[in-house]
Design a protein around this ligand. Structure first.
Ligand code: HEM
Length: 144
């Protein structure tokens, strides 16, 4: 569970991040595929081109952030996404890579507005979100 100050900071940054959703997504995938080319083959590059699917990942992170004080609210939707992840062999080792690139994207897009305090809050929040996904996906792997 995150402290109330962190939760407050996250909630205050969501509107700005939502407004820049497309920019964040672009920077995010650029960084992910440049730094970690080994994960690129997991993604459907046709979907990258039409732009619809790629938005889903960043949007889902933002949705999770909106519910950061009660991730149970989004369990159902995370179970659906988790099924897709498990089919694609997403593992817990992948989560830090996505987190790193997401934080870089947030910083690059918000620039000076993304203070150290905001970046630290996002690092913590992503950790919670990732843990929530990983737990659900580990259960799904065990069921298979
Ligand atoms: C908290 C972190 C993450 C969130 C919120 C998230 C969210 C999503 C969402 C919403 C989708 C679309 C599902 C649909 O089609 O309905 C998706 C698909 C996908 N995710 Fe994740 N994801 C996360 C982490 C990861 C990680 C760590 C990886 C591995 C590198 C990954 C790889 C993929 C892939 C390969 C797809 C399929 C998209 C495609 O075919 O292009 N995701 N994810």
């Amino acid at each position: 569970m995150l402290d109330s100050k962190t939760i407050e900071i996250i909630k205050s940054t969501i509107p700005a991040l939502k407004n820049c959703g497309e920019d964040i997504t672009k920077v995010f995938y650029r960084e992910l595929f440049t730094r970690y080319p080994q994960v690129q083959s997991m993604f459907d590059m046709e979907k990258q081109k039409n732009g619809k699917q790629p938005k889903a990942l960043a949007a889902a992170v933002l949705n999770a952030a909106m519910n950061i004080d009660n991730l149970e609210n989004i369990r159902k939707s995370v179970e659906k996404i988790g099924k897709i992840h498990v089919e694609l062999n997403v593992t817990k080792e992948h989560y830090p890579l996505v987190g790193e690139c997401l934080l870089i994207a947030i910083k690059e897009v918000l620039q000076d507005a993304a203070t150290d305090e905001i970046m630290e809050a996002w690092e913590k929040a992503y950790g919670e979100i990732a843990e929530f996904y990983i737990n659900i996906e580990e259960k799904l792997y065990k069921q298979n």
